[in-house]
Design a protein around this ligand. Sequence first.
Ligand code: DX5
Ligand code: ZN
Length: 218
Amino acid sequence: MMKLAPSILSADFSNLLADIKKVEEAGCDLLHIDVMDGHFVPNITIGPLVMEGLKGKTKLPFDVHLMIENPDRYIPQFAKAGAHIISVHSEACIHLHRTIQLIKDNGAKAAVALNPATPLNVIEHVLEDLDMVLIMTVNPGFGGQSFIESSLSKIEALRKIIDTRGLNVDIQVDGGIKVDNVKKVIDAGANIVVAGSAIFNSENITQTVKQFRENTNL
Ligand code: DX5
Ligand code: ZN
């Protein structure tokens, strides 16, 4: 079953809850929250205060994508603000194993995100500890960028490793995913799809969500 996680990065921030209600009613599964610090990525977005404000107002679990330096410093705050799952970038973690344990100790599911240029082998020894791996299909920082095709072989390779080891680890893909290329990432082995501009910039969100599901038969 494909899970759809709309990224609120492309939502209307002056009307955030109303936009969240739209994707909730359209049958999405998770709410993808992109946290950027202006250091790890060249953009600044939202933090735990905004999440705290949304907590309890939507049924969608918070899928928190931390694109920040020194994530350990903020993990407890994000967990407290209602994060169901927290992704940290391997490139931002010096002690990745410790950071993963910190996420779990704070009661959230743990995920590691990999930039397009980061090889899969950085998670080789922590894969068993993870609930999800986030394969970035654009360079993180902005919504509305084009999908990087070389990500497909990476998704395939990760799916093979997970299945060979008999693990129950989700593969999330994030960046440049639209109605017309979603089938490729699902066929490659992803099962959680993030989509920002494709969903929030569409005329009819319900129809777009339906199309995402139809195009993948999931
Ligand atoms: C990029 C973010 C993505 C982004 C996706 O740094 O992590 O979640 O919002 O946006 P689209 O789907 O428009 O590429
Ligand atoms: Zn993201």
